[in-house]
Design a binder for this molecule. Structure first.
Ligand SMILES: Cc1cc2nc3c(=O)[nH]c(=O)nc-3n(C[C@H](O)[C@H](O)[C@H](O)COP(=O)(O)OP(=O)(O)OC[C@H]3O[C@@H](n4cnc5c(N)ncnc54)[C@H](O)[C@@H]3O)c2cc1C
Length: 430
């Protein structure tokens, strides 16, 4: 068994640490901040554990909408124009990933492999960590103004059906019974009963890290800033608190993973799809399941802290200031969804957050050995589905390290895929 160092303790790093401990490895976790703290995407996400999130963001014809994304400041996807020159290579690959339907179908299959058992995996993990109440397996619901609006998303639902996702339809009265207080302008709904959600993703990740420590993992409070590779073999991780010896390293530092992967020979096009959330502490609502309105494309989830409304995709530089208007867009939409929702008297009554989805242009994470060093494994780039897919990703990483066959085919997630295509290699993005 090996000395494995996991770099980054978000949900992906925490799940990797637990899977590797199970295999008998000696695990060290390097994390400079509080595990599950607001610096991590794992803290503020939509909290969905969705088996239906197999539809990639990039679909055929998407390029036609790019002018709208540049011009509509209130849409669910915006590109800050001055970031465009730097983002262009990533965007080209993003559009190319959705250009052909065969490729989109392959992406949906690869996402399904990671998401299929997500709610039950998280239920088992939360139980082991002593926080079983944080994971709820009650389903997830999509709401539409009309059946026609649902039918306009036929491709997405066909992709889901092909991957075995099952659902039931709800009419307006059933939606009203499902979520009293929902605007009657939603006439049609889809409930996916296999879905689940997490009531406090940050606390959940903290509990997973505590469980890993209780099972023998060591934690180093430092930032990893380099890999020490000698004669092609990993020897140690350089950190802000000195060197940490390592036979194997897992890079799971979310949006900050690119620079470390590059040190191990993998140039991964990783960009932040910035997203926001707003939490209303006392919304006075009772919801059977979280909701996603088709006209807002946001996750509306009851969490321990209140009603969390999260979403928006903002393509801008990682370090650009937060644009809290994006959070206001979420809040306004929630007020349209729930006409009786109390309007906060000031921004003090709402918590707001900006986070960074670590996103590859093809919508799939990078899972597997880095190109230049066989002892360094990539486990990042989970984009929109990292909370849900972390346990399956960690299982695949553990299988690859053990050299045993995996339930999941690793090929779609390999690090080298970005240097194999016909598009020019990426410039470093961070
Ligand atoms: C608005 C929004 C909504 C979302 N909704 C959902 C959803 O409903 N369902 C879902 O499944 N996913 C969702 N996601 C995506 C999901 O949150 C991410 O894919 C996932 O959290 C990524 O986890 P991670 O562990 O890779 O990264 P992170 O959670 O970002 O963790 C990375 C960790 O690495 C640490 N780190 C960084 N650099 C270093 C370094 N050099 N050395 C050591 N440590 C380092 C950081 O401090 C951090 O703790 C959403 C994301 C956003 C932004």
């Amino acid at each position: 068994m090996s000395a494995v160092v996991v770099i980054g303790a978000g949900v992906v790093g925490a799940c990797c640490a637990l899977a590797l401990l199970e295999d008998g490895h000696r695990v060290t976790m390097i994390e400079p901040d509080l595990p599950g703290g607001p610096q991590a995407a794992s803290y503020g996400n939509g909290a969905w554990l969705s088996t239906a999130s197999v539809v990639p963001m990039s679909l055929p014809g998407l390029w036609k909408n790019v002018p709208r994304y540049l011009l509509d400041p209130d849409g669910p996807l915006v590109i800050r124009p001055w970031a465009l020159p730097r983002l262009a290579p990533w965007l080209l690959r993003f559009v190319a990933a959705g250009h052909r339907i065969e490729r989109v179908e392959a992406t949906a299959r690869a996402l399904h492999a990671l998401l299929d058992h997500a709610p039950s995996h998280h239920a088992a993990l939360s139980q082991a960590a002593g926080v079983a109440d944080l994971v709820v397996q009650a389903g997830l619901t999509y709401t539409y103004p009309s059946r026609a609006a649902f039918e306009a998303e036929a491709l997405a639902w066909r992709l889901r059906r092909d991957q075995g996702v099952r659902w039931c339809e709800l009419d307006r009265d059933e939606l009203q019974a499902h979520t009293p207080g929902l605007s009657r302008s939603y006439e049609f709904g889809i409930e996916v009963s296999a879905g689940g959600h997490c009531r406090d993703p940050g606390a959940y990740v903290a509990a997973l890290v505590a469980l890993a420590q209780a099972r023998g993992a060591r934690r180093v409070s430092a930032k990893a800033d380099g890999l020490i590779i000698e004669s092609g073999r990993l020897r140690a991780i350089r950190t802000t608190s000195g060197e940490v010896e390592a036979e194997i390293a897992i890079i799971s530092a979310g949006i900050d993973s690119g620079v470390l992967a590059r040190a191990a020979g993998s140039r991964i096009p990783l960009e932040s799809e910035r997203g926001y959330h707003v939490v209303l502490p006392a919304p006075g609502l009772s919801m059977r399941t979280p909701l996603m309105p088709s006209d807002g494309k946001m996750a509306v989830t009851m969490t321990r802290a209140g009603l969390r409304i999260s979403g928006q995709v903002e393509l801008a530089s990682r370090s650009a200031d937060a644009n809290w208007r994006r959070a206001d867009v979420l809040l306004r939409h929630a007020q349209r969804m729930f006409p009786g929702l109390p309007v906060p008297s000031s921004s003090e009554n709402t918590a707001r957050w900006l986070g960074h989805r670590p996103s590859t242009p093809d919508g799939l994470p990078v899972l597997g050995p880095a190109d230049g060093c066989a002892q360094v494994f990539c486990a990042f780039g989970h984009g929109h589905v990292g909370l849900a897919s972390a346990p399956a990703s960690a299982g695949l990483i553990a299988d690859l390290i053990a050299g045993r066959p995996s339930r999941i085919d690793p090929a779609p997630y390999r690090a080298g895929r970005f240097s194999e295509g016909s598009l020019p290699p990426m410039r470093p993005s961070n």
